[in-house]
Design a binder for this molecule. Structure first.
Ligand code: SF4
Length: 240
């Protein structure tokens, strides 16, 4: 879809550009085969708000892992009421979930990083693959400063993990302050868990509020020591 040289030229061009410019390029090139992955975090709502200004009915998908917070479900309703948006909700395969919990326990994620990643794989990563079927591009709210694993992300990537489609990370160079400035200035809907001290939103058993001095991602899989604090959705392979 894009070769290595084109990708580099695009990233050189867009590195200094605002997220809206990246989104306009993506929409012009790929709509309607472009979709926003909405994990109900602040960044995703910023992008949805921007998208709603440039496309009549943005397409978004949400993964309901079966273990989400009530506040996240409430936000889905709020989004549906506020925006003209094509929302698709994907669930994990119930047979895989049944298999997993019957073999390893309902709270298997606390047992080891390996078990936790198995749960993320079945409840998140595989449904995302289904959500991306037929798409030529997807959009994420990834930012470089979110995690040590994300420091090198580009605004436009080829997602080798998901069939070589394009992956847009329009907020790659934004800070957390920029995200919340945008939310306040534009009165964007946000997950009410942020008002309760959460800084990154995931599933109920695996996410907790953090102290002001802790890293925002410290509340994700908080019991894990020396793990990458990733669910596997955003692993990257260099384009050869
Ligand atoms: S965050 Fe926790 S409950 Fe959610 S999919 Fe991953 S391991 Fe399972």
């Amino acid at each position: 879809m894009l070769n290595k040289e084109e990708l580099k030229a695009l990233n050189d061009y867009f590195e200094e550009k605002e997220p809206l410019e990246v989104l306009k390029w993506g929409v012009e090139k790929f709509y309607p085969k472009i979709i926003l992955a909405c994990s109900l975090q602040a960044e995703d709502l910023v992008i949805l708000d921007m998208l709603s200004k440039i496309v009549e009915k943005p397409r978004i998908f949400i993964i309901d892992t079966g273990r989400l917070h009530q506040e996240s479900y409430d936000l889905i309703d709020e989004i549906a009421k506020r925006y003209s948006v094509d929302i698709k909700i994907y669930f994990p395969d119930y047979r895989e979930v049944e298999d997993l919990v019957n073999k390893y326990g309902i709270n298997l994620f606390y047992k080891s990083v390996e078990f936790r990643k198995m749960c993320c794989e079945i409840r998140k990563v595989r449904p995302v693959k289904r959500a991306l079927e037929g798409m030529n591009a997807w959009i994420t709210g990834l930012r470089r400063e979110q995690n040590f694993t994300r420091g090198e992300i580009k605004k436009i990537e080829i997602d080798e993990i998901n069939g070589g489609i394009v992956k847009l990370n329009p907020l790659a160079d934004w800070t957390l302050e920029q995200v919340w400035d945008y939310i306040k200035k534009n009165n964007v809907s946000y997950n009410k868990l942020y008002d309760k001290g959460y800084k990154s939103i995931g599933c109920v058993p695996c996410t907790r509020p953090v102290k002001p001095w802790e890293h925002p991602r410290a509340g994700r899989w908080w019991w894990e020591q020396n793990s990458d604090k990733e669910c596997g959705l955003h692993y990257r392979k260099e384009v050869k």
